[in-house]
Write a protein that binds this ligand. Structure first.
Ligand code: ADP
Ligand code: MG
Length: 308
């Protein structure tokens, strides 16, 4: 089973992550008092604000703490530096779209947020914990961060509801009855009430992706990451998935969406981030990025998507 293997290999990757983190961060572990960590977090916060005055998100809730704060993140694959000193944050309830050419590092950035990739250096703060710098409970983290991939990754030998209940039951150990209630609720919300008992294989691509979204929501995540969720879909069914995401955003879910759907990015996002060659080249409100981009490379990129 391809999906099972994928899941297993993800778990291996995560296990490695934990081991590497443990190995690399002996000093911090020894310091490990909560007070020390809070002090470090506070200092870092001040530095970031001082150093990047115009990189702050245009979000109503300025006083709140970011849900995700990424600082000086670097990641290379061999000689290829894919993320070059990324600073990035996501406020609670914020919807951030990440746009940029293929290969610019969008997926790698997203995967660093839930530890599917291990950063080479830098910090990924989630709720005040540095995921890159201390012993992290990976399972707990992954319960709080939902991820939807381009390729659905459903369990094809299971029906729709079982796809949704498997993780909550096995990972979170909630009762089967509660997991099924959640599953029915989220499947109904994504318009799949009539398909609850259907085999996963019988669904269209758009339906499969809606199951994948419902499945992620069944873990009751605090943030949802989407990596080009509609790129594998036929154009006529892209809309049904985007509508589900639109609803989710309207309900207040915190979302980071890597997408080439510019109209979606423009109309749903609080903030748009343009990545180019491993850096955040520009970010701002959808109005600014689409209506009045400052950087020539942003204009060039958008001209390719919007100009014709
Ligand atoms: N696991 C990996 N091993 C080697 N190279 C990788 C790996 N993942 C991504 N890359 C490379 O890193 C670069 C950025 O990839 P990615 O983050 O997937 O970009 P994007 O999502 O913007 O298309 C690409 O050149 C890609 O080939
Ligand atoms: Mg990608």
């Amino acid at each position: 089973m391809e999906e099972l293997q994928q899941t297993v290999s993800q778990q291996d990757q995560l296990r490695e992550t934990t081991q590497q983190t443990q190995a690399g961060e002996t000093t911090q572990q020894t310091q490990a008092g909560e007070t020390t960590q809070q002090t470090q977090a506070g200092e870092t916060t001040q530095q970031t604000q001082a150093n990047t005055p115009d990189a702050q998100p245009s979000h109503d809730n300025q006083a709140a703490e970011p849900l995700i704060r990424i600082e000086n993140l670097r990641k290379s694959f061999g000689d290829l530096e894919v993320l070059k000193d990324i600073n990035f944050e996501v406020m609670p309830g914020e919807v951030v779209s990440i746009i940029g050419a293929s290969g610019s590092g969008k997926s790698t950035l997203l995967r660093c947020i839930n530890l599917l990739e291990v950063p080479d250096s830098g910090h990924v703060w989630f709720h005040g914990s540095d995921l890159a710098g201390e012993r992290t409970n990976v399972n707990e983290l992954r319960e709080s961060i939902g991820m939807v991939f381009q390729s659905f990754n459903l369990f094809n030998n299971k029906n729709v509801l079982d796809n949704c209940t498997l993780a909550p039951v096995t990972l979170k150990k909630c009762s089967k009855a509660e997991a099924e209630e959640r599953g029915r609720r989220h499947l109904t919300a994504v318009g799949l009430a009539d398909f609850i008992d259907a085999p996963a294989t019988s669904l269209s691509g758009g339906q499969k992706q809606r199951v994948a979204i419902a499945r992620a929501l069944c873990m009751e995540p605090e943030i949802m990451l989407f990596d080009e969720p509609t790129s594998a879909l036929d154009p006529e069914i892209v809309g049904e998935v985007l509508n589900v995401m639109r609803d989710l955003a309207a309900e207040g879910m915190t979302m980071v969406v890597v997408t080439h759907e510019m109209e979606f990015a423009r109309s749903v996002s609080d903030r748009v981030v343009f990545m180019d060659a491993g850096v955040i080249a520009e970010q701002g409100s959808p109005e600014d990025i689409f209506g009045n981009p400052r950087e020539p490379r942003t204009r060039e990129f958008l001209a390719r998507y919007l100009g014709e």
